[in-house]
Unconditional design. Structure first.
Length: 187
């Protein structure tokens, strides 16, 4: 069952689909590929730390990498997937005809959004180590979430659920796994 506010917000955001081919292209890129850009940035950041002469920076960056990886795994596989199976919520295009279907997506469960879950888990992991970079990652995660609604594959509450799951997963990974290991290694 979809709440009224979900439909209202969805209708407004989805109304941006089909406005122009340029906007559609940007939104599709953000909805589909921006998450991979975030992941690539973490990987490149980690690789670049190996050429740094600053060993503290290298240790911190490697810890960030493992924190982001653990956050993603905990958020997506341990929390989000069971929720998706239990709640079995339909996607917007399954419930109503959309004026513009910008991307095709398998008919599968939509709550919580997997993209939002991963994007916010990564953003929180980055924020724990580098606040300024974390803010940038949070903004990118918000763009991903809004784009997933605009293209018509998620309800706004799917995104909010993904945000909550990503934050919980990242907090869990940081405080129960990577932070204790980081301290144990003397970093």
């Amino acid at each position: 069952m979809i709440a009224g506010f979900d439909k209202v917000i969805f209708t407004y955001l989805h109304s941006w689909a089909g406005v122009s081919s340029f906007i559609d292209g940007v939104v599709v890129f953000c909805a589909v590929y921006l998450l991979y850009v975030m992941i690539a940035a973490i990987i490149l950041w980690t690789i670049s730390s190996f050429v740094s002469k600053n060993s503290d920076f290298r240790k911190k960056t490697i810890s960030l990498f493992w924190s982001a990886a653990a956050s993603a795994l905990i958020s997506r596989l341990i929390i989000a997937e069971p929720l998706r199976i239990l709640l079995a919520r339909s996607r917007p295009y399954e419930v109503q005809a959309l004026s513009h279907q910008l991307i095709t997506h398998a008919m599968e469960r939509s709550f919580p959004s997997g993209h939002a879950t991963l994007a916010f888990a990564i953003a929180v992991a980055v924020y724990f180590y580098h606040r300024k970079a974390g803010v940038i990652f949070f903004l990118l995660a918000c763009v991903i979430g809004a784009s997933r609604v605009i293209v018509g594959v998620h309800w706004p509450s799917d995104i909010v659920g993904g945000i909550a799951v990503g934050i919980i997963g990242a907090w869990t990974a940081h405080h129960l796994i990577t932070k204790p290991l980081w301290k144990k290694s003397g970093a």
